[in-house]
Design a protein around this ligand. Structure first.
Ligand SMILES: [Ca+2]
Ligand SMILES: [Ca+2]
Length: 311
């Protein structure tokens, strides 16, 4: 995605994220200099490389948390012109390298929004998911199947599936009856094979609880699913417009809609985000690793790591 010109943080944002990265790396690397004394044994070499790689990756996660903490203090909304959205290209550090990217998870539609706050199925979000599935040329019936997987009861809804289906499989298991912890959790739900999940993956996320999508960062597909009153051309215009001037809040968003007949549902939409993922690629000597973490930014506090995976 191109960074919009007028709101581009330009050199200042890039300098900021690089400065925070250098601080994070300096802190982490200074603790491990003793590894260098052990170069006489190849096995120790390998262990050193792996340890240094993990340290560089850890510094990358710390960097992302620092950038997001800075953003909280300096802005009221979250959009793609901010410093956190700048991709850090492969950068040399000591004898290794690091690359990183932060993604707004609320630029995607949260699969767990199928359950409203009280645990019942959210009719508005069922409609959003059905529309998203159709836009992606997938069966809208998958919405009912996922709602059954998430909801507490074991009564299949129309077109859905509960224990009776899953227990009849060659390797039987039960319906989760709880929210997904990650998008890969879909693979256990009837009808969500690897192809379906890969088609959905760029547009969906699995966050703890109910979290609205950010209209400043949402993809064209997600916006179309959230705003059924809008024409595809109007959605594209909105994306071009938000790159010049991001939406400050819901009132600003509603005021800038192209037609008065468009009725956005505030329960589905936001202009700022609480959840981000950071993807870090680190390399040192012969070792390399890729790690991804889900970060939660609660209010004005330092972001927390919800989960971290190594690939
Ligand atoms: Ca922000
Ligand atoms: Ca259920």
């Amino acid at each position: 995605m191109t960074v919009p010109r007028r709101i581009q943080p330009e050199a200042r944002g890039a300098a900021l994220i690089m400065a925070l990265l250098v601080v994070a790396l300096a802190t982490m690397l200074s603790t491990t200099l003793f590894f260098r004394q052990d170069v006489w044994l190849r096995q120790v070499d390998t262990q050193r490389d792996q340890a240094q790689t993990r340290i560089i990756a850890g510094a990358g996660i710390a960097w992302a948390r620092a950038v997001l903490a800075y953003d909280t203090r300096t802005s009221v909304s979250d959009h793609l012109g901010e410093a956190w959205a700048i991709t850090v290209p492969t950068t040399r550090v000591e004898d290794g390298e690091i690359a990183g990217q932060v993604t707004d998870e609320q630029g995607k539609w949260n699969l767990n929004n199928l359950l409203a706050g009280d645990g019942s199925v959210s009719a508005a979000n069922m409609e959003v998911f059905r529309r998203l599935l159709v836009l992606l040329r997938l069966s809208p019936e998958l919405a009912a199947t996922l709602a059954d997987w998430l909801d507490k009861d074991s009564e299949p809804s129309a077109g859905g599936a509960e224990d009776a289906y899953y227990l009849a499989q060659p390797q039987p298991y039960r319906s989760a009856n709880r929210i997904l912890t990650d998008v890969d959790g879909l693979l256990r739900v009837r009808g969500f094979d690897a192809n379906v999940v890969e088609r959905l993956r760029p547009h969906v996320t699995a966050l703890p609880g109910y979290h609205r999508a950010n209209v400043n960062t949402a993809s064209e597909f997600v916006l179309s699913a959230l705003l059924p009153d809008m024409q595809p051309s109007e959605i594209r215009q909105m994306i071009a417009q938000r790159e010049r001037i991001p939406f400050r809040d819901f009132v600003d968003f509603r005021a800038r809609l192209p037609r008065s007949e468009i009725a956005p549902n505030q329960e589905l939409l936001d202009t700022r985000s609480r959840y981000f993922t950071v993807l870090i690629r680190a390399r040192y000597g012969r070792a390399g690793l890729t790690t991804e973490a889900l970060l939660e930014r609660p209010g004005r506090d330092w972001p927390l790591v919800v989960w971290q995976k190594y690939q």
